[in-house]
Design a protein around this ligand. Sequence first.
Ligand code: ZN
Length: 479
Amino acid sequence: MDTPKENFSEWYNSIIKDARLCDLRYNLKGFVVIEPNAADVMGRMYRIYEDALELRGHRKAYFPSLIHEKNLETEKEHVEGFAPEVFWVTEAGKNKLEERMLMRPTSETAIYPMYALWINGKSDLPLKIYQSCQVWRYETKATKPFIRTREFHWIEAHDVFATEAEALAQIDEDMQMAEDIIHDSFGIPFIFFKRPQWDKFAGAVDTFAADTLLPDGKTLQLPSTHNLGTNFAKSFGIKYMDDDGQEKYAHQTTYGPCISRIFAALIAIHGDSKGLILPFHLANVQVAIIPIIRKGNEEKILPFARELEATLSKSFRTKLDDSDNTPGFKYNYWELNGCPVRIEVGERDIDSGRAMVARRDTGEKSQVPFEELPAYIEELGKQINDSLIRKADSDFAALQKSADTLEELKSALDSGGGFVKVPFCSDKMEAEACAEKAKDYCSANIRGSKHEGEEKPEGKKCIGCGKEATIYLYAARQY
Ligand SMILES: [Zn+2]
């Protein structure tokens, strides 16, 4: 197999197929079947995110996946942004429908008419609801499993507040949640960028999006959180009676962690030339036991290995590989599938009372007394996760660059990609032409400004128009 860094696209395509993450043979273009090896891990990622949302006051709901056409038309900017990507339902049974319905591309227009009914007084606020669901967008660009498909799996949280201050605090909470989960738990580094005005969510006041970098240096957007202001509240009539007896429009935020994409980043960032590397707590099989059987010793090895499997299964998702394959084949198989810990049990191991334990991420091996295995694996799981995060962080740090001209930007992107900090005249609509220039010149996409901790450019010129720069924006090539 290729290495993800040297030939990412080839590597990604083979890992998808070889580790049986998804089957591309489904006969609808842009739609894939997510196989159990991926769905198990995604299910764990969902649960971690859902728990975090619920701990922060969200409740779960399920809204219908079909939306009335007139709902979509309610918010003018939103419909312009999404209409080109919508799948329409125009017939049912033998009837042509008088009114069209759409498959949700995102659920603002399904949820907000209901919020208008549910919210009356101040005591109805804040209202924080999420759903985990699939959404559909008619992508016309080339699709790539988990990264860009016409159906994807995500969580969308839709929150409503009385005041702007509470809405802005929610945006901070959303970003912190991403740090806690996507970085600290999944080991995926990212930067939150405030998107330029020309690239924000259709209908929002501001969009903040977490962008990571895949091993080829191209960026992939992970969750985004949007300050909707009162734009949608005005369109959908989401109002509350305030203490002063005045009816006021509510402030809204929406947060969309796309689990299928975060999964793509997970496998891309941690994987190596042998296959997947999964964080210990996310792996389908955390511990694989490989019996080293030679002619005549099955009776000694297999019962011992089965007992070990039963013991370790009390604490870890453990699998004894008692297939007829050779040990070497089994090592490769479990490495390909990203199993974090492998235990080899042969005659010598049993006689010496110690198992050979191999960790997937570094390949290091240690001999561990059988009775100490549960505690040892527990600790090893933490070490594996820590070391995955450290490695991902250091690869990410190496891809942070800066440039002062379009030529420098191009050469930075041509040599391994990454995020390139560039001086810009503005991040308002009037600077869109400068972003277009960067795109035309070197396929650079302007991702926005760092949400926090950034200095102002001094004495620098905008890379697009040459006027005095007022802000640093970040450019990258994107998926
Ligand atoms: Zn400019």
